[in-house]
Write a protein that binds this ligand. Structure first.
Ligand code: SF4
Ligand code: SF4
Length: 286
């Protein structure tokens, strides 16, 4: 079963919820936690573990053989990313950072061998075995790379190739295609938000996406005692459900600083009870 933890914006405590849930679930189930927040993966930090078994993620890049190019410009005209410019001499010139690797230029080129296969490094995936019941797959972007989608897909593929009772995804913030790639096929999507005007706004964005994808939506309100702002109207509008409210607690702060999830550091705390209740809700949809 696939479950996803997401959040409309960064800094809502999404990774804290994902790592604590992963630990709590792994007491009974074999769990693969997938850190698909490829721009800023931090689940391994929250779990005090290392990134291991690195694999590189490459994306197709066209390589031009100008001796075979007739300067017809078809590749330039058909590149939807505007990644190809016309050289002074009339030959196409690639702007690598704009290229999506879609291969359209190669498909439309009428000259055999004028566009060859090359590749560029866009990211990495890692696989860390934490214990017999918990494994962590992490996606991480190459420094300076802006295209996150291929690395999210690679992390997803690697994680799904590992047999487990539960694949628990921790996505990037936002509602782009990198998030959609991580949440599709989820039995349930848990959105972590906070009671601020921006939190409510971003929650609506993500709930809209989940409704469009016809996915079951649960909401966790983190730092729930931060203000009186209510999420009820938005949650009702999108047929979602608030399954937990996590107030600010010393135990959570201390565990965060120590790099030990609160469910391990303070197993009998109120915070741990909240995560135990979320596990029960997950078991109801298994
Ligand atoms: S692979 Fe796609 S994005 Fe890249 S240059 Fe070719 S057409 Fe443009
Ligand atoms: S489509 Fe092929 S032949 Fe035409 S400009 Fe591009 S590389 Fe050259």
């Amino acid at each position: 079963m696939k479950i996803t933890v997401t959040g409309g914006k960064g800094g809502t405590g999404k990774s804290t919820v994902a790592t604590n849930l992963a630990i709590a679930l792994s007491k009974k189930y074999h769990v693969v936690l997938v850190d698909a927040d490829v721009e800023c993966p931090d689940d391994h930090i929250l779990l005090s573990t290392n990134l291991e078994n690195e694999e590189k993620v490459y994306l197709f890049k066209p390589k031009f053989d100008y001796s075979k190019c007739t300067k017809c410009e078809l590749c330039i005209e058909n590149c939807s990313e505007n990644a190809l410019l016309k050289f002074k001499e009339g030959y196409p010139l690639l702007m690598p950072s704009l290229c999506s690797g879609c291969r359209t230029c190669q498909l439309v080129c009428p000259e055999e061998g004028a566009i060859l296969d090359d590749r560029r490094l866009v990211g990495y995936t890692y696989h860390t075995k934490i214990n017999d019941n918990l494994e962590l797959v992490t996606g991480k972007l190459e420094e300076g790379e802006e295209r996150s989608y291929p690395t999210v897909l690679a992390a997803r593929r690697r994680a799904m190739s590992i047999p487990a009772d539960i694949h628990l995804f921790d996505t990037m913030p936002g509602t782009g295609n990198h998030v959609a790639a991580a949440i599709e096929d989820s039995r349930v999507v848990i959105t972590v938000t906070e009671p601020t005007p921006l939190g409510v706004h971003d929650l609506e964005m993500i709930l809209k996406l989940l409704k469009k994808l016809n996915l079951k939506a649960w909401v966790v309100i983190n730092r729930s005692d931060l203000s009186e702002i209510s999420h009820d109207e938005i949650v009702e509008k999108y047929n979602a459900e608030i399954i937990a409210e996590i107030p600010m607690m010393d135990e959570i702060m201390k565990s965060y600083v120590s790099g030990i999830p609160v469910v391990e550091m303070y197993p009998d705390s109120r915070a741990s009870q909240i995560f135990a209740n979320i596990v029960k809700r997950i078991e109801e949809v298994m």
